[in-house]
Each structure stands twice: as structure tokens, then as C-alpha cells.
Write a protein that binds this ligand. Sequence first.
Ligand code: EPU
Length: 337
Amino acid sequence: MQIQNNSSLKPFNTFGIDVNAKHFVSVQDIDELIKTLQLKEFQDKFILGGGSNMLLTKDIEALVVHLNLKGIEIVSEDESTVLVKAMAGENWHDFVLWCLDQNYGGIENLSLIPGNVGAAPIQNIGAYGVELKDVFYACEALDKTSFEPKQFAKEDCNFDYRNSVFKQDYKGKFIITSVTLKLSKSNHKIKTSYGSIQEELQKMGVVDPSIQDVSKAVIAIRSSKLPDPKDIGNSGSFFKNPIVSKSNYKALIDQFPDMPSYKVSEDDIKIPAGWLIEKVGFKGKRFGEYGVHTKQALVLVNYGNASGSDIFELSKLIQSTIKRIFNINLEAEVNII
Ligand code: EPU
């Protein structure tokens, strides 16, 4: 184990924010992780996965522990399904592509989501009509205080829209070390209900799509709307889509008849935050080194040298504007550090 002093975290966060880690270590396996957590000379440890869902606003005084746990294995299989376990440090999209290569179905709609496997359950990643919980079987996590491993079954995780027990009761208590998914080997359930997938497949001239076709369609849609962190720093959707009550929705739609919405339950209606942000004029706005993405208003971007505080201030300005105009509280999806 090699501890580095004064390391830049710029390559380790998709926003590309240049903050300093006073101490930094990359761990390759669980033993090394436990040994690192036990180090007495560093009281505080900061666990870093793919760095795709965080906005770093200051230097990190704690020991930054980069989870570089790798490996994919088949746990068990029968004729129609397979349990696949991936270590937390595997890149999510590379894992999706590996599954598609084996013709394992279930996560093709989640293609091209940035970040690592270990972060996927924390916010129950979702896109194009599929959420991780639809294929999640179990995960293994390490208790940060007792260093004991613990197995979480799907029922233990309280998955909800961009939410799980790891963001609520167990926030900061566990480090997810691997995730096991239950995927299909045949009779794949193709999910094209999200409108733009169907349109994209039509454009591709595909009538009877395979899981690989769905992945290609998702990749094409995402690439056309969402900036690649390699070119423009970003963390995907910065805000969650807000959920409003039926009565609030009625008042809003009277005032804004063109407002899109999705019913999530009898009483709850989800409004696309991207639409709200666009409506108040922030889409594509650039403030020097940072701004709001030109093609998807839900994404805040770093054009190169923005600080985390610049972007945080912009997010607060957007929140207060949305509150003033629509009386809606926009909640950040990204973790502000
Ligand atoms: N819209 C606008 N202007 C915009 C963006 C969106 O008016 O600038 C409206 C449009 O009416 C559009 C609707 O919002 O029809 C929905 O847009 P989109 O399909 O792009 O999805 P989203 O609700 O903005 C969510 C996820 C994305 C995910 C897509 C596709 C959240 C917070 N975001 O975005 O997730 O890729 O659906 O499933 O739920 C992420 O979490 O990082 C992420 C990118």
C-alpha cells in the first residue's frame, strides 16, 4: 500500500474539479481496504469510487481511499438466468458491455452511465425505464467501524427513485465492495417503453431489437444529449426530478399548460427538472468556466477550470429561481463535498 501526499483529485472526479487530497491511497483488494481503514494515524477516511456523483468544493484533509477492487465472476446459473458478481471498482459501462458480450440481459438500458459498480446501488441508478433494483440480487459491504463484511439482499436495500438504505439509515456506515445482479440468458425482456428508445431504434432501422440494439440506441441518445466527462466535466443529472402532489400539480399546470409530467402514484406527479430549468432560461447559459449544458438543462458543466464552489453557487441560484417561479424545491442528486 502506497500513500501519496498532496495529490490532485482532478483525474478522480468526472466534474474534473482540481482539489487536493492531503493523503491518497488506491486499494486493490478487500484485505488492503481493511488494513487501510485500520490505520490509526489517519482518523478520517474518505472513500472514493468512480467520482461520478460528487461535487468537490474543498480540499480533502482525510485520507482518500480510492476503491480499485476489480473482477467479474459468475456466481451461479441455470438455463435462463445467471447471477453475476462484479467488484465495486469495475467501471459500470465496461461491465454492461461485458454482460452484453455474454448475451446477458437486464442492464442494456443502463448503458453509458458514468461511475463504478459499487456506487450503483447507493442511488439506485436508473435510465430509460430501468432501475438497478430491477436486476439487483445482492451486494456485499464492509462495515466501516467493525470491518466485518455484510451481505445485503434486495429487500434490505429499500430501493426507491435515486435512493436506497445506503443514502438513508446506513449513510456513511458501509463500503460496498461488490454487487451481484440477476440477469437473463434467454427470452430477454426488451424495454423500449421510454419514447426516445423507440424513435432511435426506428432511426437505426431495427424492428425486432436485441439487447445489444437497445444498448446501441441508449448510447446514441445519451451521447447526443449528455456531455462526455472526458470532454466537458459533469456529473450527469445534477438535480433529482421533483415530485409534487396532485393539488400542487393542478395549480402548476393551470399556469404552465405545456409542462410535461409523469404520474408516479395516485397522489404523486414527477416533473422533469430539465424542463423547469430550461423554462426559467438557464439552459445553455455559460458563466466563464462553468454553466448549464446546452442540450440537457439538468446537467451542470465545468468547461475546464471551474471550482466546485462556482458550480455549487450556480446550483443554489437555480434552486432559488425554481422555488420563486414554481414554488418547487429542487433537490441535488449529486453529493456536495
Ligand atoms: N426536458 C426539457 N429540457 C431539458 C431537459 C429535459 O424540457 O433541457 C424535458 C423534456 O420534456 C423531456 C423530459 O424533460 O421530454 C425528460 O427528459 P429526459 O428524457 O432527458 O430525462 P430526464 O428526466 O431529464 C432522467 C434521468 C437521467 C436519465 C434520463 C433517461 C433523473 C434526475 N435523470 O432525466 O439520468 O438518463 O431520465 O432515463 O432522473 C443521471 O442520473 O445522471 C441521468 C442522466
